[in-house]
Design a protein around this ligand. Sequence first.
Ligand SMILES: Nc1ncnc2c1ncn2[C@@H]1O[C@H](COP(=O)(O)OP(=O)(O)OP(=O)(O)O)[C@@H](O)[C@H]1O
Ligand SMILES: [Mg+2]
Length: 676
Amino acid sequence: MKISAKLLGSVLIIFVAAFGGLAYLADRSARSALVFEAAQQLEVVRRSRAEALTTYFNSSYDGLKAAAGGVTPDVLLHEMPRAIRRLPREVDGDTSDRRARLIDYYKTTIEPGLIRSGIAWPSAEGYVSRLGEEAIALQSEAFVGADAHRTAYGALHAQYHPRVVDFARSSNWLNVILVTADGTVVYTMQKGIELGVNLRSDPWKGTRLADAVEHAIHSDGRDRRFFTDYAPYAPAFGTPMSFMSTPVFGTHDTDGLLGAIVLFVSLNEIERTLTEHSGFGSTEETYAVGPDLRMRSSSRFHAEPTSLKLVVDTDAVHRALAGEAGTIQQLDYRKERVLSSFAPLSFAGVTWAILAEIDIKEVLIPARALRLRIVWLFVAFTAVAGALLVFVLRRVVLAPIGTLTHAAQRIEHGDFEQPVALDTADEFGQLGRVVNTMMGSVRSSLHSTQARLAESQIDLRQVAARLNNVREQERSRLARDVHDQLGQALTAFKMDVAEVRRRLGRDDYSGAGARLEEVSCRIDAAIDETRRLASELHPPALDDVGVIDAMRGYLLDYSRRTGIAGTFDADVAPAAPPLPKDHGTALFRILQEGLTNVVRHAEATHVDVRLTVTRDEVALVVRDDGRGIPPAGQRARGLGVVGMRDRALLFGGDVSIAGEPTGTTVTARLPLAEDS
Ligand SMILES: Nc1ncnc2c1ncn2[C@@H]1O[C@H](COP(=O)(O)OP(=O)(O)OP(=O)(O)O)[C@@H](O)[C@H]1O
Ligand SMILES: [Mg+2]
């Protein structure tokens, strides 16, 4: 991976992390602000709806109370029971005829509707057979009777009924019924099948309507009011109905309880109040739920009415029914996530849960828009910052790295001449300067090495030439020596031998012995000379007595020949290995050159030779007391010293020369390998 890609990648990761964190925080705070605001609005809506509902209930009750306390119910409950008792006698025909006609009416008009509604219905005959004589007369008059004015009840009805209707309409009541203290329904506004029946007998006994009446009749105060929660009401073909009841007392205190008045309140009014659109959000809805967890209004998300059908089993409902109020997020009856504001709504002994809810999705729409804006901002910012970064990276990092890489490649190919063209004040500039300095020192050491190499090449050439020269000189000297010494000696032998033969040929034996003695002496001298020549070519002592004795012998001979006093000292460590022959020869030649230099250049009177052999090395020191060798640069460039060094070098050793005013010390060291 390229360094630019790595840098860009890391910066991008940092961007994403920073922006992501920022976006997350912004999103979170936006969400909680939106939810908080929505919760407040929902609470306002819920409160206003609850208030409207309570107002409706209260005004209905006020109306009911007014009606119960006014003259109409009082009069009706006084007059009507009496009129009903007279009714069987006032109307035409006998009871069984009326009963048959009534059954017929039930069958054609009422029964089909009840059956359609799926209500348990005892059949028209079954129901009508339970009705008493007065009830039959009343119902047949009300349902099928021709002229109501013929009877006392008809007259009363005609007088008061329009007033009741006006009153009920103004309050949106569906029906109003009057029940005597013994439970008989003496008046119904809608002329339903309740008319004339006794609510304490079958099949009315135990119904909600009967309960509402019983509560009112058995209450202990004039102002008591009762409310039964909504439930399907069979006589209205299963329409959900709620009953509000209150006792009716006579106008005079002595009159006592006359009965009860009951209002039928349909759910429509409640739905109208609750489902009125608040203008707050398209998914906002307010609804009520009863203790049976069924809705008391219709869901705006269902086409069919849902009152008393849809079960809402949510946390908010349970908490509201338990008397709590608050706002939570939860899944509603549609399994949709909503913000739900809930509270209990109690009225005349019945408690409902009232809920105002809105889909979280809708609440968070502005947050989504914000998120989108942040993403766009991020993209734009990243593009601009990325371009800027690439530009800066190129200038500040990548270009210097490229320059340094090229310089490194040039160095790899041995080019130390061209300096790195990087003169910035940053780390790259510093690195460039360091590289330039390094290249400078490499260059100068290269130059000096090259110079030394050239010098040693010259030395080598000189050594080779000199060696050739020396070899030729040696040969001519040997030839001369052999010619002069041996040639002359042999010529002399020949002459002596010829002389002796001549004399012997003449039988002259005089002087022959002396002559042969001379020849013998000359032969001895020739033998000595031959030995000297051979010894110069290769000292035999090296082979015969070993290097130490050969050195000692050579020094003795040297002192004798040159008059320079010499001392020899050898120190061989017990652990030292035997000195190899090659090492011995090399050291012997070094000694020879050293001693030759002493006699040639040192003007010395004394020379010390010391040989030290340890386990690891052998050292030869030749020290004279002469005038001292000049420093390397100032002395004549001979081949003696070079030759000494070359010999030592062959064995991995070295030769050092120290010149002091009072003499020169030549030290040669040869390492001794363990297997040598
Ligand atoms: N023991 C010494 N005392 C004083 N000067 C010395 C001594 N040994 C060498 N030198 C100096 O060092 C020089 C170099 O010696 P080196 O042996 O290399 O050359 P050389 O003796 O002049 O010639 P050759 O090549 O024949 O040996 C000599 O010319 C001499 O000036
Ligand atoms: Mg020399």
